[in-house]
Design a protein around this ligand. Structure first.
Ligand SMILES: [Zn+2]
Length: 226
């Protein structure tokens, strides 16, 4: 049986790529103006890989939505902590390290915004330290560090030499955040995923494959915040 793409996303990219999302949806990413015939040929040539990925991804749960309810488990740096409602909370939402999140009861409707703001500032705080550390060691110094709310891209880099990180990085283990930081810094010298690129990543952060694997395996199942 032939597997087809469930969705084709055209964008300013150079190569065709296939991904299978949790639940088994097959998405093809294609450069602008790629013909349907070329996409079909590409998908047909990748049947074995797609079949395997579908089996693997079918076992992964679809990402749920954060609801900010009492008792809900909230991700922070690779672990989950319960959310508790309280009458008065500084700033509306705080994280008590190693214990729980506290949300002010009458701020529940703003809960997701508050969580995103917390994830954003934590990602900025931690990633900035890592950028500084690895820039000093590798000589790869970005012109700027920005935090965005991208859902499926952990990081990216700009033509002007800046690096961007998703606030969702506050949900993954800190070692995975570190890998994404090194990955984006390496792109400042190698603007592709060639073997030279991976060699550079490996020379800065030996053993990064474990973190890359964690992100592949669990990253897309982490809850959505909006
Ligand atoms: Zn990359």
């Amino acid at each position: 049986m032939t597997v087809r793409a469930d969705e084709v996303v055209f964008s300013k990219r150079k190569r065709l790529a296939i991904s299978v999302l949790p639940g088994g949806k097959v998405v093809v990413r294609a450069p602008l103006r790629t013909s349907r015939a070329m996409i079909e040929r590409f998908v047909n040539a990748s049947q074995d890989w797609i079949e395997k990925a579908k089996t693997r991804m079918a076992r992964l749960p679809l990402p749920g939505e954060v609801a900010m309810r009492e008792g809900e488990m909230i991700w922070y740096l690779g672990k989950t902590y319960p959310l508790h409602l309280a009458p008065k909370v500084k700033g509306g939402l705080v994280f008590e390290p190693d214990k729980y999140f506290l949300l002010q009861s009458d701020q529940q409707s703003r809960g997701k915004q508050l969580l995103k703001a917390l994830y954003r500032s934590e990602t900025r705080r931690l990633a900035s330290v890592m950028v500084e550390y690895y820039a000093a060691r590798s000589g790869l110094k970005p012109t700027s560090v920005r935090i965005n709310s991208a859902r499926t891209r952990w990081g990216s880099c700009s033509m002007k030499g800046g690096v961007n990180f998703s606030l969702r990085l506050a949900m993954v283990p800190i070692s995975c955040m570190e890998y994404i930081v090194v990955h984006e810094l390496a792109h400042l010298r190698q603007h592709n995923h060639s073997s030279a690129f991976w060699e550079l990543v490996g020379s800065i952060l030996p053993g990064y494959q474990k973190e890359r694997q964690w992100l592949k395996q669990f990253g897309l199942s982490l809850p959505l915040i909006d």
